[in-house]
Design a protein around this ligand. Structure first.
Ligand code: FUL
Length: 503
């Protein structure tokens, strides 16, 4: 039996025997074996699945940043670390208002900038004087990180921390002692505030106060996080979540969650279990396609490494009163939603609280308008009552059952299919939603939606990858019959198909 045939059989076994997806036990990483053909590698990519922590994170869809700190009070974006802690003095800080506001907008997890590049800590760290403990706020007894963590518990929201590796205040930055200092701070954050769901490490690495650059001890940090907070994803300068490559809020049309892993340290991999692989992301993060056939054919390894799209609701990452009239409109935020969540990415939207310590009115209005636009569009799936036909399909109704766990797939070794949906009368729509069940893998490489105009099939929209979620907008169309054609790397696992009409 050829290895290709065995792999196809294996893929089929996974699909057919698990009509409902089980919790992911497959690996999110593999090393390409010498002698694997380009076709073998494509099948291997199709078999990779997210780790449980990556799967949980992907399903959040909407997360947010709170950039807050010394810059809020100095008006800067990057403090230089010489700022006086006396400047930090919010008059009405209410983390409950922050978390409530973003929860009302549909956001599921927040990340607080516990320390930005200026080194000022929003919690009373034992290891530095440059923190809230030397500020007038609550007479030095306050702890912003605790207030945010507590609000997240109260409102049942995910909680994450941003800890800037680059520290422009620390006198030991640029020496090995800084790595110990960083581990000490990380330990405080990972042990004093309950569950942490995401740890976000920035890529920025300039010089410290003495001009020296720091060689970061990433592996030590990752091991500490895995030990103290095993459910947390480690983002950006970390192994679980990849930066999408821009800060514009627009992801890529072709977004593969499986990408080459040439930079993995092979010694670390063989020493640790594959689920706990440890590596620092390197290489091109900005290309238009990071995981297509051309990109993976010469890879040494493959890894499930999904994209996160970070963007600020304002021009800057921190609050500046002068930008109150430059808050992104609900329509602009909706565009960002289609181009991030709708492109197989998680959105990380920054909403910076103001000097008082509150999310400002202009941001609240924009978030409310954005939520309303999404609710109006996505309230009714116009394909919901369709009858579904497919010559080589299995579990056809799984497409429309509103259950992400169940999924449509193809029979035999077919990796392409055409699904026809009779909409039971004329329907008018302008949005297509597709979802793959990623606990089986990301497999679709190309899809086309056509509508029946009474005489012939007319192409309405098309795309390449789907992944966890794909949303496409197109000119309004009315029809009683649509068909979806797709081709995949291995039997596709389609969890959802929906059509919507924008208000
Ligand atoms: C960047 C930082 O330099 C910005 O200040 C901001 O924190 C952004 C999210 O990441 O690299």
């Amino acid at each position: 039996m050829s290895t290709k045939f065995i792999k196809v059989l294996l893929g089929l076994f996974c699909l057919v025997s698990f009509a409902r997806a089980q919790s992911s036990t497959e690996s999110n990483y593999l090393v390409i074996k010498p002698g694997d053909t380009a076709e073998d590698i494509v099948h291997e990519a199709a078999m990779l699945t997210p780790s449980p922590r990556q799967l949980r994170w992907q399903q959040l869809e909407l997360t947010c940043f709170f950039h807050y700190g010394m810059n809020t009070f100095t008006g800067k974006e990057w403090g230089d670390g010489t700022e006086n802690p006396l400047l930090f003095n919010p008059t009405a800080l209410d983390a409950g208002q922050w978390v409530r506001t973003v929860k009302d907008a549909g956001i599921k997890q927040v990340i607080i900038t516990a320390k930005h590049h200026d080194g000022f800590c929003l919690w009373p760290s034992k290891y530095t004087q440059h923190s809230v403990k030397n500020s007038p706020w609550k007479e030095g007894k306050g702890d912003v990180v605790k207030e945010v963590a507590d609000a997240c518990k109260r409102y049942k929201m995910g909680f994450g921390i941003y800890l800037s590796p680059w520290d422009r205040n620390s006198p030991i930055y640029g020496t090995e002692a800084y790595n110990d200092y960083f581990v000490n701070q990380l330990t405080e954050l990972l042990t004093q505030y309950g569950r942490v769901d995401e740890v976000w490490f920035d890529g920025a690495n300039g010089g410290g106060p003495n001009g020296k650059k720091q060689v970061y001890d990433f592996n030590r940090w990752y091991a500490l996080i895995r030990k103290l907070q095993p459910n947390a994803v480690i983002a950006i300068m970390g192994p679980d979540v990849r930066w999408v490559g821009t800060e514009s809020g627009h992801g890529r049309e072709t977004e593969w969650s499986v990408v080459p892993a040439n930079n993995l340290d092979q010694n670390v991999i063989t020493k640790s279990s594959q689920h706990d692989k440890i590596f620092k992301p390197e290489g091109d993060m900005r290309g238009s396609d990071l995981g297509g056939r051309d990109k993976i054919k010469n890879a040494k390894g493959l890894v499930w490494f999904p994209a996160e799209t970070d963007v600020s609701i304002r021009p800057g990452w921190f609050y500046h009163a002068a930008e109150d009239d430059k808050v992104k409109s609900p329509e602009k935020l909706l565009d960002i939603y289609y181009n991030s969540v709708g492109m197989n990415s998680v959105l990380l939207l920054n909403i910076p609280p103001d000097k008082k310590g509150l999310v400002s009115e202009s941001d609240i209005k924009a978030l409310q308008g954005w939520k309303k636009l999404r609710d109006e569009t996505f309230k009714t799936n116009l394909a919901r009552n369709a009858s579904v036909q497919c010559a080589n399909g299995l579990h056809l109704n799984a497409l429309l059952d509103d259950d992400y766990q169940t999924y449509f797939t193809t029979s035999g070794i077919d990796t392409s299919t055409t699904i026809t949906l009779n909409l039971q009368g004329a329907k008018t729509f302008d949005v297509l939603l597709l979802q793959e069940n990623i606990s089986i893998g990301q497999r679709v490489e190309k899809f086309t939606l056509e509508c029946w105009d009474g005489k012939a099939w007319v192409k309405t929209t098309e795309g390449t990858t789907i992944g966890y979620k794909r949303l496409l907008r197109f000119p309004t169309i009315t029809t009683n019959k649509v068909r979806l054609s797709l081709s995949a790397r291995l039997n596709p696992a389609i969890a959802a198909f929906a059509l919507y009409k924008q208000p």
